[in-house]
Design a protein around this ligand. Sequence first.
Ligand SMILES: *Cc1c(COP(=O)(O)O)cnc(C)c1O
Length: 386
Amino acid sequence: MDLKELDLSYILHTYNRKYVNFKYGKGATLFDEEGKDFIDFTSGIGVVSVGHGNERLAKAICDQAKKIIHISNLFLIESQAYLAKELVELSGYDMRVFFANSGAEANEGAIKIARKYGEVDGEVKRYKIITLKNSFHGRTITALKATGQEAMHNYFGPFPDGFVYAENIDEILKLIDEKTVAVMIELIQGEGGVEPLEIKKVQSLSQELKKRDILLIVDEVQTGIYRTGEFLASNLYQIEPEIITLAKGLGGGVPIGAVMTSLKDIFSFGDHGSTFGGNYLSTRAALEVLDILKEEDLKERIAIFSSYLQQIAKNNDLKEVGIGLMRGLRTKDSSTQEKILENAFNNRVLVLKAGRNTIRFLPPLTISPEEIKEGMERFKKALNKR
Ligand SMILES: *Cc1c(COP(=O)(O)O)cnc(C)c1O
């Protein structure tokens, strides 16, 4: 059996995947089994923040694996404590952290925090959470229900109650009633199509919610960990959410999620937990990722990436969207989008799709100017072939 047959025979068919066999990577470049190089503008969907084959991260993981990989949360975990402190300090918010293993799981934690707050705060039990129609919050039954895109609720019901969808940010306040406990948003919608919310609108929403004692949950699973140039998109937007979730870029590829909250004492023993969450391996990896990224000059890299994209957008009459190293180009329809994706792959530059008509770019945050140039040249060729 060849590898493709093996995959198709034994793996559930949930991904429409490309049958390329990548053997190793260096920085933002991946090499397949024939040694062909691909420029990676996807970083495994915003995950491989410090690039492929990163020596420092590999060493940290290897050293840790030789000592302790996992002991459970029944014991003190040194690197978990240090990582929590680092996340809190880099964010600038007065918060505590709970560690999970993925974005959806971090969001589950956020929803549980909000629900508990709605039970213990005030006279009426509040449980409703308002999210946006075009949002994406993950694939567990609850995170899927929090996701506003109706097409994702076709099967799998009954879902938990209590999610209300706003058409856009302007509609959120109108949907609040006495049972509303929280609003959950992505500041730049990722899967929805690289759609940044307007800063002024988010700031006034945030102020209004504070006045009404309604929690603001910011899903930073994709925007967090320097993706926008700032440590968190919440820093860039200059708001102070009560709950923030993280995952994708945090572990550099090692699965880890986190929920941070200013409601420091919301949970009591036994309210929440995770077997794997925050174990030695993932938290040690995340500490190294943060150490690496703190030293990087992201501003220069973002400027180079932006200038290429702006030029490409101009020359091809496309709309350019996004912030930092979370960028997109809007195509006129989804068939154009599909064609460009296919051509890009054939020109050995990896890009992502988002929404119905957006080509999404999420390169490793450590991508070199040479890799940006090479990738953009390949992408230009892909566009010319339309
Ligand atoms: C990817 C993503 C998730 C889901 O993360 P998983 O690790 O796949 O569970 C949730 N929210 C946002 C904004 C995301 O981009």
